[in-house]
Write a protein that binds this ligand. Structure first.
Ligand SMILES: [Zn+2]
Ligand SMILES: [Zn+2]
Length: 84
């Protein structure tokens, strides 16, 4: 079976029977810290940034697409931080 990746962050996704597609860290949502730039997808979602204790926001929800389809996604739709 072809690998499924997240359209927004290009990380490989895995299927959790009760929750659906999740990021490698286990979270459906990728969270981002407004203060220090921490980004991650732990499960359950943290209320505070594990790095600085700041406020975390939802960055995006896992959206599975085939790895081969990722190339057809216009570059502007890909998250900026993937290129880092
Ligand atoms: Zn993602
Ligand atoms: Zn932080």
């Amino acid at each position: 079976m072809e690998e499924l990746v997240c359209q927004w962050c290009a990380q490989p996704l895995r299927w959790e029977p009760r929750r659906g597609w999740v990021h490698p860290e286990g979270g459906l949502y990728v969270m981002v810290c407004a203060s220090c730039g921490w980004r991650g997808a732990p499960y359950p979602s943290p209320a505070r940034c594990p790095q600085c204790g700041g406020e975390v926001l939802d960055d995006h929800c896992a959206r599975p697409i085939r790895l081969s389809d990722l190339r057809h996604v216009p570059p502007r739709d890909l998250p900026r931080w993937r290129k880092r």
